[in-house]
Design a protein around this ligand. Structure first.
Ligand code: FAD
Length: 484
């Protein structure tokens, strides 16, 4: 056995002792943790560590640091950019936070909740609801995605309009650093102007500078009243006017403003037994929710009347029972085409200014016709109110269809150019992971990338955490500003 192999074996033995019998898994018995959610990225770690306390995380980090073995942190493993699996080119240990799953405290008076990093979003939503409070964050993977993952990807989701992304919902956090020390930023203050706000460095860092172990989250008063509206759009071009109308009715009460395609409605009706909400069939629909601490019926009705009068919608319905409400949100949760149709192609987590969403969608459709003829279709849905479209280019919506790798590359280059020309971004909320490295380096200026690399080098000089992913790992290449 070579020296390297025997050092690895020694590390594994040491980690098994530190972790205890329930605290580790052999990668051969955990294949679901080593392939990413979409089945695109995979990597085999030396060991899957499942620590159950901050102290054990510290011991794992110190042992890996001494051995020069990388650490890839994994929460719920729902990353859509390949962030939660080891890279194939560096020996690593996978640290799964799923055993650190306790809500530490709920403080309704302070509107704050402290949770271990492995708590799921749904678990925290329930913990908040139990004391008459509400968590701001929510999205389809709520039952699996963890708060550590949400913080590390600065996750967005359905309620960003009202509550902001993860960054705006974190009051404090604790993390284990590369040298095994603990950064204790577990505070619940709204105001604290005493130097750099260091917790912000971990938010959206994709696990690159430490293992987040506990988080203090902001809570909100429970919204006991809500109305979800579903409307058939007259045309996509005026969605920004529709959005302005909803904001003018009740900006603070507008919690979600989502775009739904007819293909998605038809798919969820067929696959998940969703009840078709409207008889009118349109190309696009709006799914929006108003909520508040007092009734919002007047707001939702008023908004729909305004929209009808302006000719922006053709037909609409308001969910008045919890079953109708659930039906509409089930439809929204099941829109991702990977699960709905099991299709794969080029995927864009795109954002553009809201008044350019329709223009972006239409320009993308024209570009795809030009590039692929009738060999591909564009399927989009998403967080319209945030200017965030999840746009997919796939060969068809036939179950199991896959787009050729070379076509994916051509399509990606073309749509990214389009995005940048409209002042957009290639990653609105899913992070960079492994998937977007090349693309992000064209979006960020060399100065911005260099600043990120300097932060990383200062806090993790040996590149221990999540090597080869995150924006700071992007290769230096032509910045879009320098491209012809
Ligand atoms: C059906 C579906 C719908 C989704 N909808 C949305 C959506 O609307 N909005 C949105 O933003 N995202 C969405 N996502 C993406 C995903 O759920 C989020 O990115 C989520 O935040 C990931 O959480 P996780 O616990 O699964 O993290 P993982 O996938 O396990 O990890 C994600 C990244 O965070 C790092 N990480 C995880 N835990 C820690 C920790 N404790 N310390 C340090 N680093 C850590 C990992 O190394 C990795 O880089 C969706 C995913 C699915 C499958």
């Amino acid at each position: 056995m070579s020296d390297g192999r025997s050092a690895e074996r020694q590390l594994v033995d040491e980690l098994k002792l530190v972790l205890g019998p329930r605290g580790w898994l052999d990668p051969a018995d955990a294949s679901q943790l080593t392939v990413d959610y979409r089945g695109v990225f995979s990597g085999t770690p030396l060991l899957v560590a499942r620590p159950d306390s901050v102290e054990v995380v510290q011991a794992v980090v110190r042992a890996c640091g001494t051995a020069g073995v990388a650490i890839v942190t994994q929460g719920g493993h729902t990353s859509l950019s390949g962030g939660s699996v080891p890279t194939a080119d560096r020996t690593s240990v996978l640290v799964s936070t799923t055993r650190m799953n306790q809500i530490v405290s709920v403080d309704p008076a302070r509107f704050a909740l402290t949770a271990e990093a492995g708590c799921t979003i749904e678990q925290i939503q329930q913990g908040a609801a139990a004391v008459g409070r509400e968590l701001g964050m929510d999205w389809g993977a709520r039952g699996t995605a963890t708060v550590g993952g949400a913080v590390s990807t600065n996750a967005g989701g359905l309620n960003v309009l009202r509550y902001g992304p993860a960054r705006e919902n974190v009051l404090g956090l604790e993390a284990v650093l590369a040298d095994g020390e603990v950064f204790d930023g577990l505070r619940s203050l709204r105001k604290d102007n005493t130097g750099y706000d260091l917790k912000q460095l971990f938010i959206g860092a994709e696990g690159s500078i430490g293992v987040v172990t506990r988080v203090v989250l902001r809570l909100y008063p429970r919204q006991n009243y809500q109305r979800t509206v579903f409307a058939a759009l007259s045309q996509l071009e005026s969605v920004h006017e529709l959005f302005a109308m909803a904001c003018e009715r009740n900006h603070a009460g507008l919690t979600a403003f989502e775009l739904v395609p007819e293909t998605g409605v038809a798919g969820t009706v067929e696959m998940f037994g969703v009840v078709r909400p409207l008889q009118v069939v349109a190309e696009w629909y709006l799914l929006a929710r108003f909520s508040g601490t007092s009734p919002v019926d007047d707001t939702s009705q008023g908004f729909l009347s305004d929209a009808f009068e302006a000719g922006l919608i053709e037909d609409a319905t308001v969910a008045v029972t919890s079953a109708q409400e659930e039906n509409l949100w089930l439809m929204r949760d099941e829109l991702p085409p990977e699960t709905l149709f099991d299709v794969r192609g080029a995927k864009f987590d795109a954002a553009v200014p809201i008044d350019r969403v329709a223009e972006f969608q239409q320009a993308a459709e024209s570009a795809i016709v030009e590039l692929c003829g009738d060999g591909a279709v564009v399927y989009s849905f998403g967080h319209l109110g945030d200017g965030n479209l999840h746009l997919y280019v796939v060969p068809s919506l036939e179950r199991g269809s896959r787009l050729d790798v070379q076509v994916v590359e051509e399509v990606t280059a073309r749509i990214d150019q389009l995005l940048w020309s409209m002042g957009g971004t290639v990653s609105a909320e899913h992070g960079v992971g492994q998937e977007l490295l090349d693309r992000v380096s064209r979006q960020k200026s060399p100065v911005e990338l260099d600043m990120m690399r300097r932060v990383k080098a200062a806090l993790d000089p040996d590149d221990l955490f999540n090597p080869g992913r995150g924006a700071h790992s992007a290769p230096t290449q032509s910045f879009r500003g320098e491209m012809s």
